[in-house]
Design a protein around this ligand. Sequence first.
Ligand SMILES: [Cu+2]
Length: 221
Amino acid sequence: MGNNCDHPPIFMNLALRGAIVASFTALSQAAFASSVAVQVHDAAGKALADVVLYAEPDNGAPAPKSPKAAAIEQRGLKFLPLVSVVQAGSQISFPNNDKVRHHIYSFSPAKKFDQKLYSGVAAATQVFDKAGTVVLGCNIHDRMVAYVKVVDTPFFAKTDAQGIARIELPAAGKYTLKAWHFAMAANAQAEQALLVPAGDAPATASFRLAMKPPVDGDPGN
Ligand SMILES: [Cu+2]
């Protein structure tokens, strides 16, 4: 009996842990009744990270506006993250966490701006209000590059190192699912119809994106 009295706490902990895991699972399924899990590979079958995926509802209703603030920092003479996705109307700040100054610019039609030399958080926040692709560079450091994909929908995600992304959706129904990668070929098949069935199980989709051929003489390729 004495032994038994020492052991119950262990069993209770295990049971409690199981109950907590189960209730978290139930909660997350309830909160996101509809979603789509997307797997992206390149033409050779290699998982592709940093692919922007976004879903536009097919019912013609305007997408809800919920722009969120984002940040692209500079650290180690790099922009971080390399790829950002925001809904049109979102603000992006550019904290400089390097000891040197940077000078950010974009010539992209979707968002042109020029942020003269600065350090710390002196750079003005920029509003990205037009859908499109924005390429950022630094006038001082030629190798610095970042991409901002501005989309007209709040339903988006970016693939992880395994080439997987999950987009939470407001409801079951028909969507157009689009993919974008900064190095994809102009003729890449980057759009597909998506039917999200009612129910708890996520819909699934996959893309096989053709990439641009490597540039001759580029040691990175
Ligand atoms: Cu720089």
